[in-house]
Write a protein that binds this ligand. Sequence first.
Ligand SMILES: C[C@](O)(CO)[C@H](O)COP(=O)(O)OP(=O)(O)OC[C@H]1O[C@@H](n2ccc(N)nc2=O)[C@H](O)[C@@H]1O
Ligand SMILES: Nc1ncnc2c1ncn2[C@@H]1O[C@H](COP(=O)(O)OP(=O)(O)OP(=O)(O)O)[C@@H](O)[C@H]1O
Length: 311
Amino acid sequence: MLSVVPRPVTVRAPSKVNLHLSVGDLREDGYHELSTVFQALSLADDVSVIPSDALSVRVRGEGAESVPTDRTNLVWKAAEMLAAEAGIAPDVEISIVKGIPVAGGMAGGSADAAAALVALDELWHLHLDRDTLSGFAARLGSDVPFSLHGGTAVGTGRGEKLLPVLSRNSFHWVLALSKGGLSTPTVFRELDRLRAEGDPPRVGDVGELMHALAAGDAEALAPLLGNDLQAAALSLAPDLRRTLRAGVTAGALAGIVSGSGPTCAFLCTDADAAVAVGAELSGAGVCRTVRVASGPVPGARVIDPEPEGSL
Ligand SMILES: C[C@](O)(CO)[C@H](O)COP(=O)(O)OP(=O)(O)OC[C@H]1O[C@@H](n2ccc(N)nc2=O)[C@H](O)[C@@H]1O
Ligand SMILES: Nc1ncnc2c1ncn2[C@@H]1O[C@H](COP(=O)(O)OP(=O)(O)OP(=O)(O)O)[C@@H](O)[C@H]1O
């Protein structure tokens, strides 16, 4: 009798940077009302799923040692959610290859959760539509629907309600990765504290930023980047000021803290400039390592995995 060896399904999911992040009031459910513009970046995680005897999670790559492999991992929760929907047992081995820094403000865990939803939908032949998958994504975390969606989008509510944004051309980024991570709830709490004591800067209107995106104009976009969480991230990790200054000195058009930090994202004129800024920044001793990335890129999608050893 012929036995069929199951093939893994592999899904790549992007990181994100918030080009504009306006944080509103703290709601009764513990979340803040947000208005944000997300861009999906080419720095990505790959998630593979294959049938197994029981649910298990393996992690390798960037910061893998600090990622849980038990039921607290978002991919575990994603598998249990989809299996319950399908009325089957969640017996799969899930392998994550991390490219996105852990607790870096770039939606790494959210990318994995979105990738797991897409991969298991494919593996189990569920054929769920995008709206249904987005519903599951929103239950897993505020950033997960965007990791599924990709591209450039406005997020409202707690960040989970999305509308696509017209964006021309690719934008080129250098990402300065930090030694440690920052906890997202701690950064939101720090912003509440700073606001109770004073008046940290708030981002302005988003209209001009939309025009710069539609025009694909990096020079116009640079001065319009803004993040209300930046003051809180800098208060918790003051060394990031030095990192932000160093990126601009190295030739970036502008630098911001990505989401809740501590990763700093630098917008550059073009791909060559990004490589030059990255090289200069990595020699400046202001971060653990640098990555060059571009955006927008698509959301979580099935890929043909690279053969083992080809990287
Ligand atoms: C900072 C951002 O990355 C910007 O896109 C997101 O707002 C964070 O999204 P996320 O990591 O998916 O966050 P979640 O897992 O949904 O929430 C983690 C915690 O962050 C805080 N949180 C998150 C989103 C939001 N709109 N308001 C909040 O106050 C809450 O304390 C929440 O308990
Ligand atoms: N698959 C996962 N990958 C990374 N971290 C995970 C994962 N699942 C759970 N976690 C936990 O979530 C915490 C936050 O990690 P994550 O990388 O998602 O942060 P982040 O990129 O700052 O998130 P965001 O930008 O969405 O706020 C980690 O410290 C880790 O304990």
